[in-house]
Design a protein around this ligand. Structure first.
Ligand code: FES
Length: 148
């Protein structure tokens, strides 16, 4: 088996497809930022059992909602293999009392070069309490993490 972390991630992905767009969701990366729900509430509705219904929105709106997901839990691809492109510049934003949001063409690796994760959007733990390092898993709320 490949040691590419993307292979491991694929096993957990949920897939929601139409002819116009395919949305994937990785529940291990979601921290309920809810940007998707705010952007396209008809498509992303956590009260439904099948909570993502891309057929209920314009594909461009669905793609916009996915790109606003700060953790990378959501991703999309379009027909003919077209997929999301990373932001042109890499940015890191410290979310108040929460994770570091990283955007860009990002690779996370260990000191000896072993790749842990690749992606375009990530939420990295900065409270030290996550059980899904290096990613934020929402534990900062339970431990009452506060910015200095
Ligand atoms: S910042 Fe969210 S779990 Fe640490």
């Amino acid at each position: 088996m490949s040691d590419d972390p993307r292979d491991d991630r694929r096993r957990r992905l949920q897939t929601y497809a139409t002819d116009a767009i395919t949305v994937t969701f990785d529940p291990t990366r979601c921290i309920h930022a809810a940007e998707c729900i705010r952007t396209a509430p008809a498509v992303f509705d956590s009260r439904r059992k099948r909570w993502i219904k891309p057929e209920l929105g314009d594909p461009e709106l669905v793609a916009t909602a996915v790109r606003r997901c700060p953790t990378g839990a959501l991703a999309y691809s379009l027909p003919a293999g077209a997929a999301e492109a990373p932001d042109e510049t890499t940015s890191i934003h410290a979310w108040r009392n929460g994770p570091l949001y990283v955007r860009g063409d990002v690779t996370i690796a260990t000191e000896d070069g072993r790749v842990i994760a690749r992606g375009y959007r990530m939420a990295l733990c900065r409270c030290g309490a996550t059980k899904n390092a290096p990613f934020c898993d929402g534990s900062h709320r339970e431990v009452g993490f506060r910015d200095a």
